[in-house]
Design a protein around this ligand. Structure first.
Ligand code: FAD
Ligand code: NAP
Length: 557
C-alpha cells in the first residue's frame, strides 16, 4: 500500500519568512493562495504532501470516482474568475475524477499558482512562537519556515482510515486504500477481489470492479440508502442556461441549506396523502441525485416522516435486486435515511444480480482476520488476490491533528480539543492566534457543496486579514465566550435533528477511540454565512484583535 506519510522530523533553523503559510493544495488551498497573493499581495507558501495539486481528486483515483454534487455547481464561482466559469465546460452531470483533476490543474496553471507550492512535502509540526508572534512550520524533510498566519486547507476527508485488522501484513496479494490509490491504476482483470466498505466510495467502486474481476466479495457492515445519480452527458443547452444565470444561481447556492441550488419546501412529509407522497418521491427518484433529500422539510427531524422516505428506498432496492435475501441485507434498518451520507449510485444495486458478485454480511459475521490468502470472517475464509479498503477517513479532525499544531504555551490542538472540537465559527480556535482553518469542525464543510463552503471561508479569511491590516493589528484570536457560545449553538442545532443517533463519520464513530461529537455544522450554509457576515460587519465581534507586544509577552503579561 502506498502512503504519503514518511520520514522523521528533523527541525532546522527557519530559512524563510512568509506572510502566510497554507497547508494543502486542493480546492481550498488553491483559492486561498490566489486570494492572499492576488487580493492582498501577500508573500505565501503552500505545502502539499502530494506531488501535484488536486487534493481529494489527486488521491482518490479508484475506478468509478466522481463527484456527486453536480459538476456545474461543484466548481469555482465567479469570485475566483468570471472568465474561468464561462470558459470551462464540464462534460457530464457528475464529472469523473480525471476530469475534475484536469480542471484543478487548469486553475493552478491559469492563475500561476504552481510557483508558490512546495509539493511532496508534509507539514508535521506548526508551533506558535508567542514572543515573536510567528508560526514556526516544520516539514517532514526538516525544512522550517516562519509565517505570520497559518491557514489549514488540509481537507475534511484526506486522512485515510484503514482498520487495524489482525494479520493485515500477512496478506500475500495486493491491498489498497481508495484514498491512496496508485497512480498507475490497478488491473482487476480476472482477479478475485474483496472490497471492505459500502459507503459512497464502495458504492462507486464496486460496479466498476465487478465488470472486470473474476469475483467480487462485497464486505458490508452497514447498508446505506443509495440514490441513483442518473449521470449523463451534459446537454449544451443546460450548460448555456446555467452560464447565462451564473450570478443568480450562485447567490441562491450561497443562501440555501447545503450550498446547492435547491432547498427544502415548506411542507412536511406527513402533511400529504400517501399517494401524493409516493408521487413526490417517484418524481425525485427519477430525476436522480439530491432532490429526494429536498422533498420535505422534516425528514431529518421527525422519525415518522423519515420512515416514509426510508421505506420508499427499501422498496426500490427490492425492485432492483433479484434475490430477496440479498435485497434485505442491502436495506438499512438500523438508521434513518439522510442521517449519514447518502451515496449516489450508478448501477450499484443491479451489480448484486451478477453471478460474480457476493454480498458478505459482516453484521452477522465480522472480519476476524486477514490471512495470507484473503479474509476470514466468523463464517468462512474468502480467498482473494486483491483487497480494497473502501473504509473511509478519519474525517474533519484527522488531518488537522496530524499537522502537529501547538498554540500559546505549547498547548497542542488535541489538548485544547480533548473534550471535542472547540471553535469559533469553525474557522478559528482560542489559544491559537493567527490560525485559520478552512472548513474546520463546527462549520458546514462536509454538509454542503464543499466548493461553496470553501469559497465562503476563504473570502471571509481574506476580508479578516485585510481588516487587520487596515486596523494596524497583527494578532487575532477568538474570545473564550464567543467560542463557548458557538460550541453550544452548534450542539443545540445538531441535537434537534436525528443525525446524532446514527453511527457515521459525521459523528466520528467510524474511527475506534475517536470522540463521538457532531463534527460538521448543521445550521445550514445560508444561515452560517449570515452569522459570519454579521461577525465581520461588527468589527469581528467575538475575536480579540491586538498589536503584538513582545515586551509584554516577555514579562508574562
Ligand atoms: P482536499 O481536497 O482534501 O485537499 C487537502 C490537501 O491537503 C490534500 O492534497 C493533502 O495531501 C494536503 N495535506 C493534508 N495534510 C497535509 C500536511 N500535513 N502537509 C501537507 N499537505 C497536507 N464534496 C462535495 O461537495 N461534492 C462532492 O461531490 C464530493 N465528492 C467527493 C468524493 C470523494 C471520493 C471524496 C473523498 C470527497 C468528496 N467530496 C465532495 C469532499 C471533498 O473532499 C471536497 O469537495 C474538496 O475536494 C475538499 O477540498 P480541500 O481543498 O478542502 O481538501
Ligand atoms: P465511509 O462513508 O466512512 O464508508 C466506509 C465504509 O467502510 C463503511 O461501509 C464502513 O462500515 C466500512 N468500514 C469501516 N471500518 C470497517 C471495519 N472495521 N469493518 C468493516 N467495515 C468497515 O467512507 P467513504 O465511502 O470513503 O466515504 C467518505 C465520504 O467521502 C463520503 O461520505 C462522502 O462525503 C465522500 N465521498 C463522496 C463521493 C462522491 O460520490 N462524490 C465518493 C466517495 C466519497 P460502517 O458503515 O459500518 O462503519
Amino acid at each position: 500500500m502506498t502512503s504519503p506519510e514518511n520520514g522523521q522530523t528533523r527541525r532546522a533553523e527557519p530559512r524563510e519568512h512568509f506572510d502566510a503559510v497554507v497547508v494543502g493544495a486542493g480546492f481550498a488551498g488553491l483559492y486561498m493562495l490566489h486570494r492572499l497573493r492576488d487580493t492582498l499581495g501577500l508573500h505565501c507558501r503552500v505545502y502539499e504532501a502530494g506531488d501535484d495539486v488536486g487534493g481529494t481528486w489527486y488521491w482518490n483515483r479508484y475506478p468509478g470516482a466522481r463527484c456527486d454534487s453536480e459538476s456545474l455547481y461543484y466548481t469555482f464561482s465567479d469570485r475566483m474568475s468570471k472568465e474561468l466559469l464561462q470558459e470551462w465546460n464540464w462534460t457530464e452531470r457528475y464529472a469523473g475524477q480525471p476530469e475534475i483533476l484536469r480542471y484543478i490543474k487548469h486553475v493552478a496553471e491559469t492563475f500561476d499558482l504552481y510557483k508558490d507550492i512546495r509539493f511532496s512535502t508534509r507539514v508535521v509540526d506548526a508551533t506558535y512562537d508567542e514572543e515573536r508572534n510567528r508560526w514556526l512550520v516544520t516539514a517532514d524533510d526538516g525544512h522550517v519556515v516562519t509565517a505570520a498566519f497559518l491557514i489549514t486547507a488540509v481537507g475534511c476527508l484526506s486522512a485515510a482510515s484503514v482498520p487495524e485488522f489482525k494479520g493485515r501484513q500477512d496478506f500475500l496479494g495486493s491491498q489498497f486504500h481508495t484514498g491512496l490509490w496508485p497512480h498507475e491504476g490497478v488491473d482487476f482483470t480476472s482477479k478475485r477481489v474483496a472490497v471492505i466498505g459500502t459507503g459512497s466510495t464502495g458504492v462507486q467502486l464496486i460496479p466498476e470492479i465487478a465488470q472486470h474481476a473474476a469475483h467480487v466479495y462485497v464486505m458490508q457492515r452497514t447498508p446505506n440508502y443509495c440514490i441513483p445519480s442518473r449521470n449523463a452527458p451534459l446537454a449544451a443547452e443546460v450548460v448555456r442556461e446555467v452560464k447565462a444565470k451564473v450570478s443568480s444561481i450562485w447567490e441562491l447556492m450561497r443562501s440555501t441549506s447545503f450550498g446547492h441550488p435547491i432547498d427544502f419546501p415548506d411542507r412536511s412529509a406527513l402533511s400529504v396523502t400517501e399517494e401524493e407522497r409516493r408521487d413526490i418521491y417517484e418524481a425525485a427518484w427519477s430525476k436522480g441525485g439530491i432532490p429526494l433529500a429536498f422533498t420535505f422539510n422534516d425528514l431529518v427531524i421527525s422519525r415518522e416522516a423519515n420512515e416514509t422516505a426510508a421505506e420508499f428506498v427499501r422498496a426500490k432496492i427490492r425492485e432492483l435486486v433479484r434475490d430477496p435475501h440479498v435485497a434485505e441485507l442491502l436495506s438499512p434498518r438500523d438508521h434513518p435515511i439522510f442521517t449519514r451520507r447518502v451515496p449516489l449510485e450508478n448501477g450499484y444495486y443491479e451489480t448484486f444480480n451478477r453471478e460474480n458478485v457476493t454480498l458478505v454480511d459482516l453484521r452477522s459475521s465480522p472480519i476476524e482476520e486477514i490471512t495470507a490468502a484473503g479474509i476470514r470472517t466468523g463464517e468462512a475464509e474468502y480467498e482473494v488476490d486483491i483487497i480494497v479498503y473502501a473504509t473511509g477517513f478519519d474525517a474533519v479532525t484527522g488531518s488537522l491533528f496530524k499537522l502537529g499544531i501547538h498554540g500559546r504555551d505549547g498547548i497542542s490542538l488535541q489538548e485544547h480539543w480533548r473534550e471535542g472540537p472547540r471553535t469559533y465559527l469553525g474557522v478559528a480556535t482560542r489559544g491559537f492566534p493567527n490560525l485559520f482553518m478552512i472548513t474546520g469542525p463546527q462549520s458546514p464543510s462536509v454538509l454542503s457543496n464543499m466548493v461553496v463552503s470553501i469559497e465562503q471561508h476563504v473570502d471571509w479569511i481574506t476580508d479578516c486579514l485585510r481588516h487587520m491590516r487596515e486596523s494596524g493589528v497583527d494578532v487575532v484570536e477568538p474570545l473564550p465566550d464567543a467560542e463557548m457560545h458557538w460550541v453550544t449553538h452548534h450542539n443545540e442545532i445538531a441535537n434537534a435533528t436525528l443525525v446524532p443517533t446514527t453511527n457515521s463519520w459525521w459523528v466520528g464513530s467510524n474511527v475506534p477511540g475517536k470522540l463521538r461529537r457532531i463534527y460538521p455544522y448543521l445550521g445550514g450554509v445560508g444561515n452560517y454565512r449570515a452569522v459570519c457576515e454579521q461577525v465581520a460587519a461588527r468589527d469581528y465581534d467575538g475575536f480579540h484583535m491586538s498589536v503584538h507586544d513582545a515586551a509584554a509577552v516577555a514579562r508574562g503579561a
